[in-house]
Structures are given as C-alpha cells and as structure tokens.
Design a binder for this molecule. Structure first.
Ligand SMILES: NC(=O)c1ccc[n+]([C@@H]2O[C@H](COP(=O)([O-])OP(=O)(O)OC[C@H]3O[C@@H](n4cnc5c(N)ncnc54)[C@H](OP(=O)(O)O)[C@@H]3O)[C@@H](O)[C@H]2O)c1
Length: 283
C-alpha cells in the first residue's frame, strides 16, 4: 500500500478557502492524493470559491457544511476571524463528534483551539500546524503538534503533510519560532529572487530569464545544503576562489547587512506571532 492510499477514502475540508488553503487543496489534487469531489472549502465570498469550483472541488458559503461533509477539517481563516467563523460552524443537527481539525492559523495555541472547538464538537481532535504555500508544488514545510489525536489519525496527518513536502512534529513552544521561517520564509525569498534578478537585468539579461535563473539558483543552493549535508558556510567557501568574482559579490552582501536583515525578519515575524497568540488568549 502506498502512503497516499491512506488518504484516498478521506474527505478534507477548509474553513477559509484563501491562499494557504488553496496551496494545500490544489497540492493534494496535483499529487492525486484525493479526488477533487472529496475536498470542500468555505469562504466569505463567491469570488474565492470560484477557484475551488474550477478544480472540481466543492465550495460553499456555509462553514458548517464543510464540517458536516469532511473527516479532516483545516481551520484556515485569519486569526482575528476565527471566532466569527466558528460561530457559523455549529451543526444544525446538534454537535459534531470527534472530527479531526488542523489549524494553520498563526499564533493560536492548542489550549485556545480546544476551548473554542469544544463548543462545536464534543470530542475534537486537534492539530496545530504552521505550513507554507510551496505545498502547492509539493515543496512545502509543515511543523505541527497535536492534542487528543490518536496515533492512527496522526499518521494520516503526517502522510498528508509529507505528500506536500517536508514535515516535522515539534514541541508547541517552538511553533511560533519555527513558523517565522517556514511560514513567512517564502515571502522573504521571493524578495531575494526579485533582487537577484534585478541585478542581472541591470547587466542586460531579459527579465523573464533573469527571474528563472534566480529561482533555480535558490532551488539548487537549497538542494545542495539538504543533499550534501555540508554547512552552508563551507559550501559558500567552496565557490569563493581567491580574488574571484563570487567573493567580490559576498563582500557586497556583507556590506549591505543581508545576514542581519534576514535574522531580523525572522525575529520580527516570530514576535508578531507571539503578539497574536496573546491576543487570542484575551479573546
Ligand atoms: N499565506 C501563508 O503563507 C500562510 C502560511 C502559514 C499559515 N498561514 C495562516 O493561514 C491562515 C489564512 O491565511 P491566508 O494567507 O490563506 O489568508 P487569505 O488568503 O486571506 O484567506 C483567508 C480566507 O478566509 C475567508 N474568510 C473570511 N471570513 C470567513 C468566515 N467568516 N468564514 C469562512 N471563511 C472566511 C476569506 O474569504 P474571502 O476571500 O471570501 O473574503 C479568505 O478566503 C492565517 O491564519 C495564516 O496565519 C498562512
């Protein structure tokens, strides 16, 4: 039996069908892990739902319908919308029983999720995760932790995330910290790709080629780190010949403070997640 077979008979839903939800939903379809008609999504407006319908998935403006039809339900609204969304998740025919909920919402703790979900489900199984949008192309990273999730169901969660990239279970105390890199990191690197492309456009390379080259350089560098398991500093040294062009470039990177910008960017995102976590406790 293939790993993805674990998902074949499952129905997966998304409360909040925006960017992150689409990355996971579309990623699963591209991997043939689920049939489109086994996926449900809800949203606030028809505009967002049309994307889901275009892929043959089910889309509704009623949140409770997603829970009613699905075994696994992603909570994928913005943090400040969660309360409002859950209010329209209540089953018209009583409470739900023992569904598996996977939150991708930044900053909302398992305790807070438990407290909120127990109002709509008498035995909610809960995963708190921080995924990222490259899951759409099966190159994502998800970090997660669980509460009240039996081993067999955790295996399904792990399978789902692993089909779309790397997946690590970590302590809840590290989720916000890791998310400052995994969740937000693609945005930082899109900026880097754009900037690298600008550099060669300045030297005459057409924009389309420049962007393609810059993206592949990032893919290649990432794979070198993962596959060789060498320290990134060593890999950098290996391509810097004395008095060469690469060390001249590195010198400019250091002059521009790129390292400290990256460290500060991750730290700012983590601090913001911590702030959101505090707000969710006060709610
Ligand atoms: N984007 C990322 O890279 C990323 C990475 C990791 C985690 N996350 C987390 O993912 C969550 C969603 O982020 P996103 O970037 O996907 O945001 P988004 O694109 O704005 O998606 C949020 C969706 O929620 C829908 N919504 C609003 N009110 C609703 C309600 N009452 N009931 C049901 N759906 C409702 C919106 O619908 P309309 O479009 O119809 O208004 C929208 O489709 C956030 O909590 C974020 O922390 C995002």
């Amino acid at each position: 039996m293939q790993k993805s077979d674990l998902l074949l008979d499952k129905t997966v839903g998304f409360i909040g069908g925006g960017n992150m939800a689409q990355a996971i939903g579309i990623g699963l379809i591209k991997k043939n892990a689920l049939k489109p008609n086994n996926i449900w999504a809800s949203s606030n407006t028809e505009k967002t739902l049309s994307v889901w319908k275009d892929y043959g998935m089910n889309a509704t403006l009623h949140n409770y319908e997603v829970i009613e039809h699905c075994d696994i339900i992603f909570l994928s609204v913005k943090p400040h919308i969660l309360n409002e969304a859950l209010q329209t998740c209540k089953s018209p025919s009583g409470v739900f029983k023992g569904k598996l909920y996977i939150s991708v919402i930044v900053g909302i703790s398992l305790n807070v999720l438990e407290e909120k979900l127990s109002k709509i489900d008498e035995n909610p199984k809960i995963v708190r995760s921080m995924p990222n949008t490259p899951m759409m192309v099966s190159e994502g990273i998800t970090v997660y932790c669980c509460s009240n999730v039996p081993e067999a169901e955790e295996k399904i969660v792990k399978t789902l995330f692993s089909l779309l990239g790397m997946c690590e279970k970590i302590s809840e105390s590290l989720i916000n910290s890791a998310g400052g890199l995994t969740g937000s990191g693609p945005a930082y690197l899109y900026t880097v790709i754009e900037a690298l492309a600008d550099g060669v456009v300045k030297k005459g390379v057409p924009r389309e080629l420049a962007t393609k080259f810059a993206a592949q350089v990032l893919v290649g560098a990432g794979k070198m780190v993962l596959k060789t398991e060498k320290h990134p500093g060593q890999l950098k040294d290996e391509v810097c010949s004395p008095n060469g062009s690469t060390i001249a470039g590195i010198s400019e990177i250091e002059r521009g403070g790129v390292r400290s910008s990256m460290i500060n960017a991750v730290e700012a995102a983590v601090n913001k997640s911590d702030e959101l976590a505090l707000l969710s406790i006060k709610d």
